[in-house]
Write a protein that binds this ligand. Structure first.
Ligand SMILES: [Zn+2]
Length: 234
């Protein structure tokens, strides 16, 4: 065997071993220490690191661990009982979300994984971006809700809202009382427009799908985010 084929065999062995370790950790056969424990949701108080995408997936897979992470971050969350209003709509693994790290919101029942992802976005994107542009924080995030048993507009497919796997954000209230709205400020220029575009881009880091006024007229007044199969950011 020449050196080239030895190198190829060693590389294949290395990749295979890496994959076995990854799968074993994801299914809890082995446990890596924090912050490398890819089989469990990350500590929401820490800025997500390079393993964030792998670790955030366990928010969907392990709802009790997700609720525990929210509690650890200071939100006294418990999982709400599952309800199945119809064959196509259900509320499973949901929590009542009423505040994030600093901003409040009108209480809304949503999937625990959606709540945790929004929490990370508020803590590590919204608050620092507001401080950079306005020298103050955000005290409220306004929204159009999460659960809604309906199809996608102009389509026969069920919306991710039908299983509370989505959230619609409409604006922000700063600590000084100033309001920023997706509808009014998206194309208005200045620091408000810069802020609202940056926080939209931040949503794309945490959600599979983020739709904003850039997408279509249906989203002229809010950001839609969800954890469905479609991956896009516009
Ligand atoms: Zn939506």
């Amino acid at each position: 065997m020449n050196n080239g084929s030895r190198l190829v065999r060693a590389f294949i062995l290395f990749v295979a071993l890496g994959m076995i370790l990854l799968i074993a950790a994801q299914y809890h056969f082995i446990r890596f220490p924090e912050p490398y424990d890819i089989g469990s949701p990350p500590d929401l108080r820490q800025k997500p690191g390079w393993l964030a995408n792998l670790r955030l997936r366990s928010l969907e897979a392990d709802a009790p661990a997700c609720a525990a992470r929210l509690r650890e971050a200071g939100l006294e969350h418990i999982l709400l009982p599952a309800t199945d209003p119809s064959r196509l709509c259900h509320l499973k693994n949901t929590v009542m979300l009423q505040r994030f790290s600093a901003a409040a919101l009108k209480p809304e029942q949503t999937r625990c994984s959606i709540a945790a992802r929004l929490y990370l976005w508020e803590r590590f994107v919204v608050q620092p971006t507001a401080k950079a542009h306005f020298h103050t924080g955000v005290k409220e995030i306004t929204h159009f809700g999460s659960y809604n048993c309906r199809t996608i507009h102009n389509s026969s497919h069920m919306s991710e809202h039908a299983t509370a796997n989505a959230f619609d954000i409409s604006g922000f209230v700063l600590k000084n009382g100033k309001t920023i709205s997706v509808k009014r400020d998206w194309a208005e220029g200045g620091s408000q427009q810069a802020f609202i575009h940056e926080v939209r881009d931040g949503l794309c880091q945490y959600f599979n799908l983020t739709l904003s006024p850039d997408y279509n007229a249906d989203h002229a007044d809010h950001f839609h985010v969800d954890m469905g199969w479609v991956k896009d950011c516009r």
